[in-house]
Design a protein around this ligand. Structure first.
Ligand SMILES: C[S@@+](CC[C@H](N)C(=O)[O-])C[C@H]1O[C@@H](n2cnc3c(N)ncnc32)[C@H](O)[C@@H]1O
Length: 249
């Protein structure tokens, strides 16, 4: 677009709609460099987040090229949906919960309930790659390293225990990455879909994963294929995991 007096207003509108307004004003205030230093798209920031919170577990990341993979997708969903209450189930070292809580920090509100039973290698058939990380560290300190601790509460328990303890809580965004067996993911769906508000979004990791893992058969794929919901988006990559997103009407 040619920038002249006549279309300057249209241009400002575009700036607004493409979410670039903040960058435009930062630039005007000469603080663009500072803004970009903390930006998620800066290579060293992205690499740090991927390494520290281990985004390498089927999250489609590429730290060399500063690509945050599904982490960025969750971040963008929260930025756009602006949920007040979010539920995240399961994570190795906190990559997805951290990305979601980062979006809350950046929009200035939103609370994440992060639920993980902290299973480890001794819980054969149950841990789904869990290494007991959450009982070895202090979750609040872990998330404080990137300033998102005010936006996240870690609950070290099973999803069934959590659902029983907090019976009336409702959510606008829910992410499931815990028990990957057919029975387990179905239970999480049954427990939490009723807690999703109308218009809210629920997503599932590993919807194309198949085979066996630490003693259990992957069953999210079968669950996802059977799910009869119109508003259902499937990301069938990376081939060993994938992401499924649905919206409640
Ligand atoms: C390690 S994650 C899988 C890796 C994950 N894709 C990532 O990106 O980090 C699976 C987690 O689910 C947790 N988990 C398994 N079954 C659970 C259940 N019923 N309730 C709560 N957490 C559970 C385990 O403790 C484990 O930490």
């Amino acid at each position: 677009m040619l920038i002249n007096r006549k279309n300057i207003l249209n241009f400002l509108d575009l700036v607004k709609w493409f979410g670039l307004r903040k960058i435009y004003y930062s630039y005007k205030k000469n603080c663009l460099e500072k803004e970009l230093k903390s930006s998620l798209i800066k290579k060293d920031v992205a690499k740090f987040l991927i390494d520290k919170y281990d985004g390498n577990q089927g999250q489609n990341v590429d730290s060399k090229n500063a690509s945050l993979g599904f982490g960025l997708l969750h971040y963008a969903l929260v930025q756009n949906l602006k949920p007040k209450n979010i539920l995240v189930v399961g994570s190795l070292k906190g990559y997805v919960p951290m990305m979601i809580a980062s979006a809350c920090r950046d929009i200035g509100f939103g609370k994440v309930d992060f639920v993980d039973a902290a299973y480890d290698e001794t819980d054969d058939g149950q841990n789904w790659q869990g290494i007991g990380f959450w009982k070895k560290i202090n979750p609040k300190d872990h998330f404080a390293q990137v300033g998102v601790d005010k936006h996240i509460i870690t609950h070290l328990m099973t999803t069934l225990e959590f659902a029983k303890k907090y019976q009336s809580k409702k959510y606008q965004y829910i992410y499931i990455d815990g028990d990957h067996s057919y029975k387990g993911v179905k239970l999480d769906y049954k427990l939490f879909y009723p807690r999703l508000e109308k218009g809210g979004i629920m997503s599932f990791h590993d919807i194309v994963a198949s085979g066996q893992l630490t003693g259990g058969d992957y069953g999210v794929k079968k669950f996802w294929q059977e799910l009869r919901i119109q508003e259902k988006i499937t990301f069938p990559f990376p081939k060993n995991s994938g992401l499924g997103i649905l919206q409640k009407r």
